[in-house]
Design a protein around this ligand. Structure first.
Ligand code: ZN
Length: 254
């Protein structure tokens, strides 16, 4: 089923009307009804009752993203949101690692005390805490050197920063952000595959699939790296999709 992105966006953000100076174009966008004057929305093409929101030279008309361009914009916003959430989460993990590196000994003592308290309880349920993999992992963390932990915190922070910069740039549909996302995401793919060979989880598989799709989707639809005609073809597609352009061409034929 095809989704009408234009109408959906108009329902959410309202219509966009504009009265161009060019009378031949003006007449194609304007109408008079018993209820008053109507202007065509530059996004969904519907006639909207009332004064136009703006007027002036055709060249200064707002370039309203429509159809496929609009859909791509919404997909980018979803990716931006996903990256922002991931970025903030990783910042929190980095802060936790950094805090842990500062009070490693104190946390270690606390952990051992808790272990002593809970050992009999777990023993009652025939669970051997001293040989549990979770406890083993935590105890291994206490063995890490402070410098190692700080390096890990620093790397996590750097990674989070990349994700957040991507999120901001993608939200505003910046071309540099699309390049950054494709390059940085593709660069981490081998690491994600390696992670899967160590331990398989649904979240890891989901992230990997999403990242592969994101790289392909952005590179192809945004025509990065000269794909499908590159930048020039992308700008051309964007312009030729605008309602004014469509109407102008139709007007030229008449
Ligand atoms: Zn509309």
């Amino acid at each position: 089923m095809a989704i009408d992105w234009n109408r959906r966006t108009c329902a959410r953000k309202g219509h966009v009307t504009y009265a161009p100076d060019d009378p031949r174009l003006r007449i194609r966008l304007h109408g008079d009804t018993a209820l008053g004057e109507v202007w065509r929305c530059l996004r969904c093409g519907d006639f909207v009752l009332g004064e136009p929101q703006g007027s002036g030279p055709t060249a200064q008309a707002p370039l309203v993203p429509r159809g496929k361009v609009l859909r791509d914009l919404l997909v980018l916003r979803f990716l931006a949101f996903e990256r922002a959430v991931r970025g903030v989460f990783i910042v929190l993990v980095a802060v936790a690692v950094w805090k842990f590196s500062n009070s490693q000994d104190a946390v270690h003592r606390l952990f051992d005390e808790y272990l002593d308290v809970f050992r009999p309880v777990f023993q009652h349920f025939h669970y051997d805490l001293d040989h549990s993999p979770v406890v083993g992992t935590i105890q291994k963390a206490f063995g890490y050197r402070r410098s190692t932990l700080l390096t890990v915190a620093g790397l996590l922070l750097a990674y989070a920063l990349i994700e957040i910069v991507e999120a901001v740039g993608l939200w505003w549909a910046k071309r540099w952000a699309e390049y950054l996302t494709v390059v940085a995401t593709a660069a981490f793919l081998p690491l994600e595959v390696y992670e899967l060979t160590e331990h398989v989880s649904a979240v890891k598989i989901g992230t990997l699939v999403l990242n592969i799709l994101a790289v392909l989707y952005i590179a192809v639809t945004k025509r990065l790296f000269g794909l499908r005609g590159g930048r020039r073809a992308f700008d051309e597609e964007r312009r030729s999709d605008s309602l004014l352009e469509v109407e102008e061409k139709a007007g030229a034929l008449v």
